[in-house]
Design a binder for this molecule. Structure first.
Ligand code: ACO
Length: 428
């Protein structure tokens, strides 16, 4: 017999179905609770609320496990390319060699963005934050590709919207970078694969052909793979909830970018480097900063530490830490902040405050150090996270549409004033 849960309210007992996922996690299905009982559940920040049934990413925060479509992140990071992982997340299976080639070909045919988009770039102050530019520019793409606005697209139309979104994002990201330097933008070249093309548009020059170091291409692939999806986090949930009103792919992804921007989510990679720099300038006394992080009267938190769901080592942090050592060595970079990061980690991992709260380094603790070694300025880090997370957002958005999920609309418990009589301003 199927397992159920019982809920007792006063002298009445209600039966609630129990749902079990393929990895054994269980949920109590409360979707009919209000109809049955008149009650809603309250879970501020959705800390314990399953918002959907998803077949994209599995993560076990207690064990430190992360898999995309069943494949362990460690295997994908070691053996796969970013675009192969994007295909896996979006279409559900690893592609055959032929399918991967045609996916790559399709992407390369849509990398150009409309020339009029450049006027948007020109309108931004040169020092404006790249994440603000990115979310505006991605939303603006909808004006140039209006076929994506149709709420019920055929499979082919939906696929075209997905390809365009993926292909144009790399161009937009690299152009934001070029604008920050005041340099002319570099156009995509179809001879390159997705990641090489992105690096070519970012680090290439109009005046001469620039050879991109294979070490850099490899590191970029790894970083993008590790960021590609992370189930129902703040930005993915945002993309799903915006898309659930039948908003187009550009509007939904743009909302995800805004959600990612904050320092408690994707903005942490920028915040980590800023923190490490500050500690360096302050003389590198890691004990002093650990004490500040523990002090409840001090707002300082150890950025890159802690995670809503990982209460064990973030598996991506393990891979990135190793990649960080390798890349810095291969590129011959000697970065003092890496030493500070390692010292902070070593101290925090032994400190009872962090141990008791299960606060471990997350993916962003080391990613910024690699981005910096590759030559990216700090305020581009979160934009790179967005580029990596894009296939995940698309996969989440597509799954939500294919499952025909209803519009997202949580309930609340109202705690404001009860009815008041309006008082004329002269009498207040
Ligand atoms: N430094 C110091 N103390 C911390 C930290 C930290 N980085 N993170 C959590 N804590 C403490 C809290 O003060 C709290 O202590 P208390 O129980 O004594 O009050 C306890 O640990 C639990 O913290 P919460 O904020 O309740 O945990 P939550 O799961 O809500 O937050 C979060 C997770 C937002 C990631 C948090 O750990 C944090 O702010 N970390 C720093 C920012 C960061 O690195 N964000 C990136 C996340 S990964 C990503 O988005 C890709």
């Amino acid at each position: 017999m199927a397992e159920t849960a019982q809920l007792k309210i006063g002298d009445k007992t209600f039966e609630l179905p129990v749902i079990e996922g393929t990895e054994g996690e269980k949920a109590i299905d409360i979707s009919k609770l209000r109809d049955q009982t008149g009650y809603v559940t309250l879970d501020i920040g959705y800390k314990n609320t399953g918002a959907t049934k998803s077949a994209i990413t599995f993560l076990d925060g207690e064990q430190g496990i992360l898999k995309y479509r069943g494949y362990p992140i460690e295997q994908l990071a070691e053996k796969s390319s970013f675009i192969e992982v994007a295909y896996l997340l979006i279409y559900g299976e690893l592609p055959s060699a032929e399918k991967l080639k045609s996916f790559q070909y399709e992407l390369s045919r849509h990398t150009l963005v409309h020339e009029d988009m450049k006027k948007f770039f020109d309108g931004f102050p040169s020092k404006s934050h790249p994440m603000g530019q990115l979310s505006s520019l991605v939303s603006a793409l909808s004006a140039f590709y209006p076929e994506s606005l149709k709420p019920s697209q055929t499979t082919e139309e939906l696929n075209q919207s997905i390809i365009k979104m993926l292909a144009k994002m790399a161009t937009v990201v690299s152009w934001i970078y070029k604008k920050s330097l005041g340099h002319p933008v570099i156009y995509p070249q179809n001879k390159y694969d997705y990641v090489t093309n992105f690096l070519h548009m970012t680090f290439g020059q109009r005046t001469e052909e620039v050879e991109i170091d294979p070490v850099v291409i490899d590191a970029m692939n790894k970083l993008l793979i590790l960021h590609a999806d992370h189930e129902q986090n703040c930005s993915a949930s945002t993309v799903r909830i915006v898309g659930s009103s039948d908003s187009n792919i550009y509007a939904s992804v743009s909302a995800g970018i805004s959600a990612l921007w904050g320092p408690l989510h994707g903005g942490a990679n920028q915040a980590v480097i800023e923190m490490l720099e500050k500690i360096k300038e302050d003389g590198g006394d890691t004990d002093k900063w650990i004490a500040k992080a523990k002090d409840k009267n001090d707002p300082f938190r150890l950025m890159g530490f802690g995670h809503r769901v990982y209460k064990n080592f973030d598996p991506r942090a393990r891979i990135i830490k190793k990649a960080c050592d390798d890349i810095l060595e291969k590129l011959g970079v000697n970065d003092e902040v890496l030493e500070i990061a390692k010292k902070l980690e070593e101290v925090a991992l032994k400190d009872p405050y962090f141990v008791e709260r299960k606060l471990y380094p997350n993916v962003d603790f080391y990613s910024g150090i690699i981005y910096r070694a590759l030559g990216f300025p700090t305020d581009m880090f979160t934009v790179l996270f967005a580029l990596g997370r894009l296939p995940g957002w698309i996969a989440q958005w597509k799954e939500m549409k294919e499952n025909k999920e209803p519009i997202g609309r949580p309930r609340q418990i109202y705690v404001g004033a009860t009815t008041k009589e309006y008082v004329e301003i002269a009498n207040r």
